[in-house]
Design a protein around this ligand. Sequence first.
Ligand SMILES: [Zn+2]
Length: 266
Amino acid sequence: MRKIVIAIATCLLSTATATTSAAVTDLPSSLSQGGLVIGHAAPGSRVTVGGKPVHIGADGIFVFGAGRDEQGPIEVVVGGVRHSLSVTPRDWPIERVEGVPPKTVNPPPDVAARIQREQAEVVAARDRDDAREDFAHGFIWPVTGRISGRFGNQRIYNGDPKAPHSGMDIAVPQGTPVKAPADGIITFAKPDLYLTGGTVLLDHGFGLSSNFLHLSRIDVKVGQHVHQGEVIGAAGMTGRATGPHVHWGFNWFGVRLDPLLLPGIQ
Ligand SMILES: [Zn+2]
């Protein structure tokens, strides 16, 4: 039987296995905002999260996450058994970023259409529900370095409030090799997006995907399978960036999660 992996350190519902219901073999009682849950149920169970069915593997594995602003509780129904998971709120500090090229903070109108088109392409690339369980074996850091920007922080660029930070920034020298944090398939690879520069998306299965932004070099192509630890490109500062770093974002479909809470990373 596959080892059970829980992305967040919380107490397990040990009662779930002690009751007559064998549908759930593990599920935390709570999760943090931005947290991922990798659960395990009896194979063949039907699993819904917030009323929507989610993919369940032949071995019973399933995943879901809580977004930055999720208040909970999240209702998870496994094999007809209802579980209510509370969501632990987090503090979201304000992060001031100065010296950003003004044209990337408030892009001129003539590039707005380009940005919209590029974002739509990225959204389409991560809207897939592959049966691969590449996420199930844990994650490694794509680069090692100082965390220069945290997930969820409210960002103010050059004094102008913008959307919360969608991932984790790791400051590393220009050209530092960026490694795949887990196995996956490349679903997007373009060198010159307006805001995010060199951009790569890596699909880990079940709607989970990583994205890497501001790359100075891209070594992979769409459709390519990569293994954990394989170099996919190099760190840079293309797009909206003030210095060389790797922005690592992580998604459960459209829900942005905190890479720092992933199994193997925290
Ligand atoms: Zn970033």
